[in-house]
Ligand binder design. Structure first.
Ligand code: ZN
Length: 304
């Protein structure tokens, strides 16, 4: 049996996906464990960002790049094991993302053969521990346990259909970064995260499953909201602007009535733009319109 270096763990809990990449020897609790979002990661590969890749690895333009930045912390791509496969695989993924070419399960199989990928994975479903109720308090016992699905005797797809809402965990054993990247692609394709779109807020690309998906799971780039994911940040900023609008509208109505029509027209215009496309720029415009400084200068003014 081949030895392996990395473990990729992708878990889904309460509909949220979490990816972890760690060194087998160091374990999952090591400070070197990388936590990532599987639906964003392939769209964030260093190769997707031309400037980044030229800036950092100038001399390697023709051979690929030496460092992968997509995991949040840089990972060195080892020359002996990875250079030949990592770069063309990343390029292939880039091509499929940018040209919106869907990768089928059959194609996944072809890619696996072509890049000589050793695919070694297991799936576990999260189940209640039947002994928990009985032994809780008496023994140090976990409430849940992950039970691996057994291969060979049943259809994996069927099991998933029957357990749609259950939490689960995929564990991939990988020897190279090429296999790490392939594993993430494998997870996405077999779980039907096989379409790519731009987030309505941060405008970055991500893989999605359902056609009603509008936002990615990245954190917003807007300062003061950086702790929130795109969807929540949009919601909060819209609410803030609405609250401000109510106060401003009332004040103009009472004290600067001659400016009311003008203000309401601006509010309507920018609000509609935000409702349609809540991008960073559009939210900024709405926030500026409803800022103290702006209304003082443009609307809280007497007739001359
Ligand atoms: Zn986003």
């Amino acid at each position: 049996m081949r030895d392996y270096k990395y473990i990729v763990e992708i878990s889904r809990e309460n509909k949220k996906l979490i990816g972890k990449l760690y060194n087998k020897k160091k374990g999952i609790n090591s400070p070197e464990t990388y936590t990532f979002c599987p639906t964003n990661l392939l769209c964030d590969l260093t190769i997707m960002n031309k400037n980044h890749y030229f800036k950092n690895d100038k001399n390697l333009q023709n051979m690929g790049y030496k460092t992968e930045y997509a995991f949040g912390k840089p990972i060195h791509i080892d020359k002996t094991e990875n250079l030949y496969y990592y770069y063309p695989l990343a390029e292939l993924i880039k091509d499929s993302i940018l040209n919106n070419k869907k990768i089928s399960i059959e194609e996944l199989e072809r890619i696996k053969l072509f890049f000589n990928i050793n695919l070694n994975y297991s799936i576990s479903l999260k189940e209640n521990n039947p002994l928990y109720e009985k032994l809780n308090g008496k023994k140090d016992i976990k409430e849940f346990t992950y039970i691996p699905l057994e291969y060979g005797h049943c259809n994996i797809n069927k099991i998933f259909e029957d357990n749609k809402t259950k939490s689960y965990k995929y564990i991939y054993k990988c020897d190279t970064l090429t296999e790490v990247i392939f594993s993430i692609l494998h997870y996405l394709i077999i779980n039907k995260y096989n379409k790519v779109r731009r987030c309505n807020h941060c405008e970055k690309l991500y893989f999605y499953q359902h056609s009603n998906s509008e936002f990615c799971n990245r954190k917003t780039p807007i300062k003061e909201y950086e702790h929130l994911e795109c969807k929540q940040a949009v919601k909060n900023i819209k609410q803030l602007c609405k609250r401000r609008n109510k106060i401003i509208d009332e004040k103009i109505d009472n004290e600067y009535y001659h400016n009311l029509k003008k203000y309401r027209a601006s509010w309507k215009k920018y609000k509609e733009i935000v409702n349609k496309e809540p991008t960073v720029e559009h939210l900024r415009q709405l926030a500026t319109l409803t800022s103290k400084k702006y209304v003082k200068k443009h609307f809280y003014i007497d007739e001359n």
